[in-house]
Design a protein around this ligand. Structure first.
Ligand SMILES: C[S@@+](CC[C@H](N)C(=O)[O-])C[C@H]1O[C@@H](n2cnc3c(N)ncnc32)[C@H](O)[C@@H]1O
Length: 248
């Protein structure tokens, strides 16, 4: 990001879909260097535990392959490869800077034979139907305007009885935790981000996008709309994060 576009972003409700996609690409290309550090720091390392929980719910029974959609710097892909030594992991993301960082991490962990990360768009996945046991997206679906398209693409590429997993930041039910979380998201987090990143507006967008994400019930409905079955939502850490699981 250059100085001239280091400005506030419009609120999520005021963005067109294509404007939002451009902003998301801009944000992730601009925070790549600090992305892993800020994730750990701003979530108090909960992000690590949430990905581990996601990986622990995975079931490999046919192709022994997983696609990590919106893989970013590859954390979920790496967790999965380290947990399941017989599984082949693919990851796609549409910001090449994030993918490049992920590829470095894969090489550092000597996992290049089993983990392959590459450019790819969640709404137009370039893999054949029925080619993975599991597909997962961690902290990515919030940034995708056409969630139904992404979910149906994820369903298309998994085998019968395979799993679609969505890990996403959500808001707790109204009450003490929701108010505390809203204060943290809107008041504290952008100030902390200002200390560490060139693009603090990215973290204002983060707060805005979390507050505008569908409720748990609405999101489960979206999963059912694309034909997934046994859809469920597992709230994590007082509901500030939710793991959604559906089957084909
Ligand atoms: C918050 S990061 C999450 C990265 C990673 N999954 C993790 O757990 O840290 C969101 C990622 O979603 C990617 N993304 C957003 N929309 C996408 C799309 N339509 N196709 C592919 N990647 C997308 C962004 O480029 C970014 O790397």
């Amino acid at each position: 990001m250059n100085e001239s576009n280091k400005q506030d972003y419009p609120s999520v409700q005021d963005m067109t879909d294509s404007q939002r996609i451009g902003i998301v690409k801009d944000i992730f290309a601009s925070v790549t260097d600090k992305y892993d550090f800020l994730n750990r720091f701003l979530s108090g390392r909960r992000d690590v535990a949430w990905r581990k929980r996601t990986v622990s719910e995975m079931n490999f029974f046919n192709t022994h392959r997983i696609l990590d959609v919106a893989t970013g710097t590859g954390d979920l892909a790496l967790d999965c490869a380290n947990t399941y030594p017989d599984v082949k992991v693919m990851g796609v993301d549409f910001v090449q800077e994030m993918v490049d960082k992920g590829i470095e991490k894969v090489a550092d962990q000597n996992l290049t034979d089993r983990v392959q990360l590459q450019w790819g768009d969640a709404t137009n996945i370039e893999f054949e139907d029925n080619s993975f046991d599991v597909t997962a997206i961690a902290f990515g679906i919030r940034n995708i305007p056409d969630k139904l398209k992404a979910l149906s693409e994820m369903k298309r590429i998994i085998v019968e009885n395979g799993q679609v997993m969505v890990l996403e930041l959500t808001t707790p039910e109204p009450g003490f935790w929701r108010s505390t979380y809203s204060f943290y998201l809107n008041g504290v987090l952008p100030k902390l981000a200002r200390i560490f990143t060139k693009n603090p507006a990215a973290y204002e967008y983060l707060a805005d996008s979390i507050m505008n994400f569908p409720t748990r019930r609405e999101f489960v409905k979206l999963m059912e709309t694309v034909g997934l079955k046994n859809c469920r939502a597992i709230p994590l850490t007082f509901g500030v994060c939710t793991l959604y699981i559906g089957e084909k």
